[in-house]
Design a protein. Structure first.
Length: 158
């Protein structure tokens, strides 16, 4: 591995990590800045449907509403595998995502695990995410809190 490749690898992992860090601390302005102008999102393993190409502003609007409905989240990436091809890169990593939302109907916690394939492109010398493919392979806890969060209806906590 050359110094440039090592630096690219570190920068790519950092760029992907920032996406999830900004989600968890709810810094939506910084979150939006982690993306390229167009992003292909594929969350079909959990939502069904087809991948969609959207703007960072669209991602922010949707995710701020959904993720913001949880009391807390924690997204962890690990076992990073990075490939670089000129100005494009791909990071593959396993993930765990914990979601917390107290409710009257069960556990306040839902944890999802699986793998992400994250595409990136170099824009003005900085790596930006241009594709997110999440493949869920396991879950634990109360998935109903996802429906509560996405529906905007939150029963009072017990």
């Amino acid at each position: 591995m050359t110094a440039t490749t090592a630096q690219d690898r570190a920068d790519i992992i950092e760029a992907a990590t920032r996406v999830f860090w900004y989600i968890d601390i709810r810094d939506w302005d910084a979150f939006t800045g982690t993306f390229a102008e167009q992003v292909t999102l594929d969350y079909s393993s959990i939502w069904g449907g087809e991948p969609a190409t959207v703007t960072p502003a669209q991602i922010r609007a949707d995710w701020e509403k959904l993720i913001g409905a949880f009391d807390a989240t924690q997204h962890l990436l690990g076992n990073h595998l990075v490939t670089v091809d000129g100005e494009h890169a791909e990071l593959t990593a396993v993930f765990q995502a914990v979601h917390i939302l107290p409710n009257l109907f069960g556990s306040p916690r839902w944890t999802l695990g699986g793998a992400y394939r994250i595409g990136l492109e170099r824009v003005a010398g900085e790596w930006k995410v241009n594709a997110l493919t999440m493949t869920a392979t396991w879950a634990d806890g109360n998935k109903d809190i996802l429906a509560i969060a996405s529906g905007g209806q939150r029963p009072d906590a017990a």
